[in-house]
Design a protein around this ligand. Sequence first.
Ligand SMILES: [Fe+2]
Length: 357
Amino acid sequence: MRRINIENLQSNMIVARNIYNSEGRILLSSGVILSESYIERLHSLGIASVYVKDEIIGDIDIPEVISEKNRIETVKIVRQTFQTLELNHKLNVRQIKDTVNNLIDELLYNSNVLVNLTDIRSFDDYTFAHSVNVCLLSLMTGVTLNYDSHKLIELGIGALLHDIGKIKINKEILNKDDDLTRQEYLDIKKHAYNGFEILRKYSDISLLSAHIAYQHHERWNGTGYPRSLTGTDIHAYGRIVAVADVYDALLADRPYRSSYSVSQAIAILQRMGGTYLDPRCMTALIANVAVYPIGSIVELSSGVIGVVVDTNKKMPTRPIVRVINSRNKDRVNAFHEVDLSKMSTIMIVRALNNKDI
Ligand SMILES: [Fe+2]
């Protein structure tokens, strides 16, 4: 399978992964043959890309740090949590804690799996799916930094609810496609403090989790908001969630731009490390990400082109590559695989777009 931008979808392509809405309902299931009307419908729902079956790449299984079922369930719970608070009802802290505990258990069980970019979200669901991703990336960073389970739970709860203050912001401003006015931008910035105010009222939520909502837009060099804190004056949880928040936002398709590739997003993070982001948290997050996710097309220094079929957590830049095009760009008939972790002289030169093969 491979991920294809909605603009490049064609009828007769076959869906390779279920597409869900944030209520956990399947919009299109794996195996469905796309038609023009399906593609139009996906467009109107704001789905920006889809996994389709691909004969060159074949049926490569893309392992995930958490199961699809658990991810969908968690997105649903985040959505319900936002709705509950919008109605001024009380937060179900027990449910949030159980959810975060489940994520931690599954992450630890899959601790040798790198994050492969696989989730597809509609624009309406952005905040909910984003919250789950930020939570997962933050927890993985916490595991890399040797956090114990108590710290992981504090970190996970704050990360999952880092944007909860958005419930108090006008939806039209939040979902606006064009440039924001100065006043609208100031309004959006209030979500950090609002979130802190909401979470700190719960005695069974750690105050440090509430501080994640407060601090996730602070920046290492003091250029963030709302308090322009610098360096380690920002709590470590806030610094971790800031990195996860930026990284996931770069990978998302947004109404005004399509997503960056993983290698582009990592390069951007690396430039931000030491200025906007804590370099230690940035490095810890990157250690968990598949630089060349399974299914991506790469050019090797030997001149051949291949598709990544497996990743290697100890050497993220040296995955296993199935050669699909020879040095003179001819399609090879018999696929063979190169394990770059065992070939010290061959490396990946660059990631290619789908249209390059
Ligand atoms: Fe935020």
